[in-house]
Structure formats: structure tokens, C-alpha cells
Design a protein around this ligand. Structure first.
Ligand code: ASP
Length: 456
């Protein structure tokens, strides 16, 4: 593979000096690793929380953890963050008083409202990148710190969930060069007005994807703490194996159903330029990881089974739904007005159900039911909670008879009732809704039937 590689290292890969040294070795082992995007330090064995969470807690004067029922004050978080960076620098044996001074001054600055939260939250990546660049240089590498504010990493002013602006690609292309190793903090950018704004959580993945797009990388390496993407959640099925190759479409489907290795939106830019994404393990760099590519010839039908818990479905029965033009639109408009994202909506002649994340119904369920009752006068309306969706995914499924049959038979053999079934229109996935109390057994059954003895 020629060209250059963009490498993004996640928080667990940078949680302490020992991890940063692993990263340095990985970067120096391949001369094509010119662009290194870094997260804030994650948790190591001495931490109960990630640096970014502590930063949110400082910015919100303790509310961030209080809302999660945790008694960690803003002051404690402040000490944790400063202590973390000091211990990383002493572990790496680098001087960094100036880095700590500027961090202290940033974290005590008076900025108002949302801008304050974003600015504080961005300091984890900002400070870590400074340290990593300094360490790489000390070790004789030709590294250069490239801050988003200096290279025109432009984002919208939707604070807390900013979007990358299209001009960013040209800016990055103009300012990044492959003669050196650029160290780029992930997760944040700069607005047109010059404020710092952060992307959604886990957003360093997105930064990496944008950099890969801008520099026409031959591969985007996403370094994390697992050997790749597993066929099913390995916490439930320890013998599950790593998937060697997946298409963008398959990973999108799996990550929408609980596969959390990679930021859901991060592959969009890479997909547009067909830049492969390689999920790798910083703690096991000899493992090839999972390659995400634009196309592949499958030698299996199902490549992985996703699972999403905490699902509710809103069931509506009304005569003549099937004949009433615009009924589904009116129904979905109600969900839209309530700000509730809908996942699937299996329907029939006289009934329809809308599948949602039950968290999204919190505090809204009664009002939602009332709005549906008033607008659509159903004969029957009910919300069922505590379901899981189990979703087999694979491009090899299309035009292959019997996959759904095998899967439903596997659940039947476990005496698990299927409450909902919905096949994706591309025939690359289908979704079973079952009660969550059966989800572990259901997942094991689907693993045995569809993945274990792969039908190759
Ligand atoms: N540090 C940020 C977070 O914890 C972004 C990232 O790690 O990708 O969400």
C-alpha cells in the first residue's frame, strides 16, 4: 500500500505514558504514518473517569457528574485533570511547565454558557497533542503540532455537536504536508467566528476521517483497544472472532445496532473517497484488525449480529390504515414534533408499530399517546417496553434463501417469541424484536445458527 496513512489513537491508547510510548512505536514503525490524530487521555487502572468527562464537570461546576449520581466536585475534577497530565509528562520524562500553565489558565478562564463547555471539553485533546508532539520530538522524530485553530479545521457553531464545514478539506490539504509527522488533536474545531466548538462525543474518530479525506490517505487506521470488530458482543460470546473485512454499509448497519468500536458517522467521508478504514489494537499491533472497505466478495451470509437493548414500540390499530393515504406520514410527524427518532415501522393493513429507543420516550410517553389519540383516533394504542433488537447483518444474505428461516428457527428452539420482525430493504439485514430478558439467550442462539459454523 503506497501513499500515506492517517492514524487516530483513542483515549485508551493514550491513557498514560506507557500507552503513549506504544503509540510512538507504532507511528515510527511505518514511514507512511504522517498524520496522527489524538484523543484526550482515557481511563487507565487508576482512573474512574475519562479526562473529557472531568473537563465537562469543571465547565459545569460539578453538574456533569451530579446528573449521573456521582459525587465528584469540579475542584476534584480539576485536580484530576492537572494530575493526569503531570503524571503523563513525568512518565515520559519531558519538561512541560508551560503546557500545565496554559492548561491552568484555560481551565480558570471566564467564558460564558455553551462556549465555555466546549472550550473546556476540548482541552483534553489540545493538551494531549502538545505533550505527544513534544515527546515524539524528544525521541528524535520529525513531529509537528498542528492545532485545529491553526490549520482551519472549521466547524459549525452548533456547540456540543458541531458539524465539520466543507471548507475544512481544502484548508487541511493546504496546511498539512507529509514531510513531517503532524500531531492533530481530535474532537474539536474552530467556528467561523473563532470560537472553539466540539463535535459529538467520540468525535476524534470524525476528525481522523476528515483528515484522511483531505489528504487522500491510502488508509485510515483507527487504533483502539480491541483486535477489531467482533461478530457479536464478545462479552456475551467470548469465542466470537474478529471480522477480517466489512463493507461501509455493513459497519453502518452494525454500529446502528450497538457495535461501538467506531463513531457511527466517521466513515462517511472515507466512504465517499473509498478510503479503507483499518480498526487496529494499540495493545496488540501485530493483529491485522478489521478492514472496512467499499466492496468485498462475501464468503459467508451473515457477518455479524448487532444488538440494541432498551427498545420500545408504539402499537397502533385502526381500521383502513392501509387504505388511508398519508396515515404513516401523519403518525411519523407526531414523533418528529416530539423530537423522537424512529428506528423501524413495520406495518400491515390495519395496524402499524413504531420502534423507538425507550430513553427517548422518557417524560413524553403520555403526551405522545394523547397526541396520537387526538390526531389519528386509533381503535387501540399501546406502548410496550424493554425489548431488544437482534439484527443479523451481511451483504452475503441478499438472494440467499433460508437465512431468516434459520434465524427464526434458532429462536424457536430456545422458546423465544419474536415480537417484531423487519427486513431491511437492501436485504442485508433483518431485525428481530424480542423481550430483553431473552436477549442473551437469543444472541447465543443466532450466533450458533448463523455465525459459528460459517456456511462457507
Ligand atoms: N475525548 C472525547 C470523548 O471522550 C472525544 C474522543 O475521545 O474521541 O468523547
Amino acid at each position: 500500500m503506497g501513499g500515506h496513512l492517517v492514524c487516530k489513537f483513542g483515549g485508551s491508547s493514550l491513557a498514560n505514558a506507557e500507552q503513549i510510548e506504544k503509540v510512538r512505536r507504532i507511528v515510527s514503525e511505518d514511514a507512511r504514518r504522517h498524520f496522527v490524530v489524538v484523543s484526550a487521555p482515557g481511563k487507565d487502572r487508576n482512573d474512574s473517569e475519562k479526562t473529557t468527562d472531568h473537563l465537562f464537570n469543571i465547565a459545569t461546576e460539578g453538574q456533569h457528574f451530579r446528573r449521573r449520581g456521582k459525587a465528584i466536585s469540579a475542584k476534584e475534577s480539576y485536580e484530576r485533570v492537572i494530575g493526569k497530565f503531570k503524571s503523563i509528562m513525568s512518565g515520559l520524562a519531558i519538561e512541560g511547565e508551560d503546557i500545565i500553565d496554559s492548561l491552568e489558565s484555560d481551565l480558570t478562564s471566564h467564558i460564558s454558557d455553551k462556549k465555555r463547555i466546549d472550550f473546556f471539553a476540548s482541552r483534553g485533546e489540545h493538551c494531549n497533542a502538545k505533550i505527544i508532539a513534544r515527546y515524539f520530538m524528544k525521541k528524535g522524530m520529525d513531529a509537528k503540532l498542528m492545532l485545529p485553530e491553526d490549520i482551519g479545521f472549521l466547524v459549525s457553531d452548533r456547540f456540543g455537536n458541531a458539524r465539520v464545514l466543507p471548507a475544512t478539506h481544502a484548508n487541511l490539504k493546504g496546511s498539512l504536508n507529509d514531510g513531517q509527522i503532524s500531531i492533530i488533536p481530535g474532537y474539536y474545531g474552530i467556528t467561523l467566528k473563532g470560537d472553539i466548538a466540539v463535535l459529538s462525543r467520540g468525535g476524534s474518530d470524525l476528525t481522523g476521517g476528515e483528515v484522511a479525506y483531505a489528504v487522500d490517505a491510502s488508509c485510515y487506521e483507527n487504533w483502539t483497544d480491541t483486535d477489531g470488530v467482533y461478530q457479536v458482543d464478545p462479552r456475551i460470546i467470548p469465542e466470537a472472532s474478529v471480522i477480517p473485512e466489512l463493507t461501509y454499509k455493513e459497519i453502518r448497519l452494525l454500529s446502528s445496532k450497538g457495535f461501538n468500536v467506531f463513531h457511527f458517522d466517521a466513515m462517511v467521508s472515507c466512504k465517499n473517497k473509498e478510503i479503507p478504514i483499518n480498526i487496529r489494537n494499540t495493545n496488540n499491533p501485530s493483529a491485522p484488525g478489521t478492514m472496512i472497505v467499499s466492496s468485498r466478495i462475501p464468503d459467508e451470509t451473515v457477518v455479524g449480529v448487532g444488538r440494541m437493548d432498551g427498545i420500545a414500540y408504539v402499537y397502533i390499530e385502526k381500521d383502513m390504515i392501509g387504505e388511508t393515504i398519508g396515515f404513516t406520514k401523519e403518525l411519523l410527524d407526531i414523533f418528529k414534533d416530539f423530537g423522537i427518532n424512529t428506528h423501524h415501522y413495520p406495518s400491515d393493513k390495519d395496524d402499524i408499530s413504531v420502534i423507538v429507543d425507550q430513553h427517548d420516550l422518557m417524560g413524553k410517553a403520555d403526551e405522545l399517546k394523547e397526541a396520537i389519540a387526538t390526531t389519528l383516533s386509533p381503535n387501540f394504542l399501546q406502548i410496550s417496553y424493554d425489548l431488544s433488537l437482534l439484527s443479523p447483518v451481511g451483504i452475503g444474505m441478499k438472494d440467499t434463501p433460508g437465512v431468516l428461516a434459520k434465524a427464526s428457527n434458532a429462536l424457536f428452539e430456545e422458546n423465544i417469541n419474536i415480537e417484531i420482525v423487519d427486513q431491511g430493504p437492501s436485504q442485508m439485514s433483518f431485525h428481530f424484536g424480542i423481550f430483553q430478558r431473552h436477549a442473551d439467550a437469543g444472541l447465543r442462539a443466532l450466533y450458533r445458527a448463523l455465525l459459528k459454523r460459517q456456511d462457507r
